[in-house]
Design a protein around this ligand. Structure first.
Ligand SMILES: N[C@@H](CCC(=O)N[C@@H](CS)C(=O)NCC(=O)O)C(=O)O
Length: 219
């Protein structure tokens, strides 16, 4: 099989999504660390810019091919290695899972990305406390909607959709990690908290945790 290499940063939630997907598929991959902060950020180096002109992780190298955008990568993994599937059996349920995944990946995460926070800090001198309020605000808004979509929905199971992990869980769990980093709790979101507990008990999610990555600082 062609080699899989993941350009990743231990704390990147978009890379975390792909790590979960790779682990769920039981795929062996090599981690290529890209330090997003050191020396102004290795994602901005000439070498990495060739790998991804967007200067973002993750990038998944599969053989000769470079794959970009975490959700597109997860869908690629699902097409290449269909079992276990990251999407449910019916079109209706697949749409629901994709909608939950996009809620996080398109509408919450981009507002709170490193480059956005750095722009606030460097270009507008926004103090740390206000930047943190911004981050928490958008996560709260997204999680309130996510919680409402889980609540009492017949497709919600142990995981976001049914009783096996899907694309939605791959996106939700890294965002919960980010929320906790910014001092948030899940008290207002009991369904998200329940799904988080189910995911974190799963070995594929456990091995994908930031602290488990080769580039995580040794404590
Ligand atoms: N939509 C992209 C987002 C990727 C992304 O924003 N990655 C962040 C880390 S989570 C990054 O590389 N940030 C670097 C920066 O902001 O300079 C994806 O899902 O892959």
């Amino acid at each position: 099989m062609d080699r899989l290499r993941l350009y990743s940063y231990w704390r990147s939630s978009a890379a975390y999504r792909v790590r979960i997907g790779l682990n769920l598929k039981g795929l062996v991959y090599e981690t290529v660390p890209v330090h997003l902060v050191r020396d102004g950020g290795e994602q901005h180096s000439d070498a990495f810019r060739e790998t991804n002109p967007q200067q973002l992780v993750p990038v998944l190298e599969h053989g000769q091919r470079m794959l970009r955008q975490s959700v597109a990568i997860l869908e690629y993994l699902d097409e290449m290695w269909p079992q276990p599937s990251l999407l449910p059996a019916t079109a209706r349920d697949r749409e629901r899972v994709r909608a939950l995944a996009h809620l996080i990946a398109c509408d919450v995460h981009p507002l709170n990305n490193l480059r956005v926070l750095q722009f606030f800090e460097r270009d507008w001198n926004v103090p740390q406390a206000e930047r943190d309020v911004w981050v928490r605000h958008w996560i709260d808004e997204g999680f309130a909607a996510f919680e409402a979509l889980l609540l009492n929905h017949p497709s919600t199971g142990d995981f976001c959709d049914g009783d096996t992990p899907t694309l939605a869980d791959c996106c939700l769990i890294p965002q919960v990690y980010n929320a906790r980093r910014f001092g948030m709790t899940l008290e207002q979101y009991p369904n998200i908290a329940r799904v988080e507990a189910a995911c974190l008990a799963h070995p594929a999610f456990d091995a994908a945790r930031p602290e488990m990555q080769p580039d995580a600082p040794k404590s």
